[in-house]
Write a protein that binds this ligand. Sequence first.
Ligand code: SAH
Length: 272
Amino acid sequence: MSDHLEKAAQDTRSGEPMSGQEGEMIASRLSRIRIVLINTTHPGNIGAAARAMKVMGLSSLHLVTPKIFPNAEATAMASGADDILQSAVVHESLGSALDGCPLVLGTSARLRSLPMPMLDARRAAGQALSESAAHDVAVLFGRERYGLTNEEMQRCQFLVNIPSNPAYSSLNLAQAVQIIGYELRVAAQGFSDISVPPLDWEPVDDGQMEGLFEHLEQTLLDIRFLNPKQPRRLMMRLRRLFNRARPDQNEINILRGILKASQEMSERDKTK
Ligand code: SAH
């Protein structure tokens, strides 16, 4: 934790009022954490999510292809948080919402068939807050009816679960935003027991990772390692591998160089 945040944490624990500078530090860290709502059906949920965010000091709301937005119901549910709705960025694709984010967290009520690194909400908030010192972070929330798709989950470094009743684990969307927002606030104010050390390298962002995966898939087709008729779960497994590794720019350049050389070699073989 940085000195300012550590001081703010000590002050809040001891009941000392936080200084303006410390408050600003917390606000700036939270402002780097994007709340991304994907394909939301009910505009009321978008409004309620905006309110949940504002109460916790989050300000960056991104909406990917919302069904209905802007809308009076969203504004009504936002109550005093219509500024968050007004500054919400609407995207046509998930990629544009994740532009510039090296850490993407996907919230999920269910555990999926392909195991992915999982964090509970508290640990995820610690991770997000720690990384927000260095770069932007995105937290994804799925549709009301069926959550995040497998493709959307594969864009994530971690899935995040809010501990709940296993027999009935699905929270309302805005309530899930509220709990994640609360955990981020707790982490920012230093109340959390979880301390995540800063990364000592800078992972590339989502766009660079997608560039790697496209190049990798094309190369595996070119060299006939990947059979398009029977792809199995190869790309899914490779995505998981590189999402765990979180390569930096140098490593991406090396990997893409290897892919390019393999493609050139297979091209030369074909013309022989
Ligand atoms: N029926 C869907 C859940 C949709 S709830 C499903 O089973 O996946 C809408 C969104 O709220 C989810 O996509 C997720 O982003 C969030 N959410 C709801 N309950 C959650 C939980 N227990 N843990 C983490 N996220 C949750």
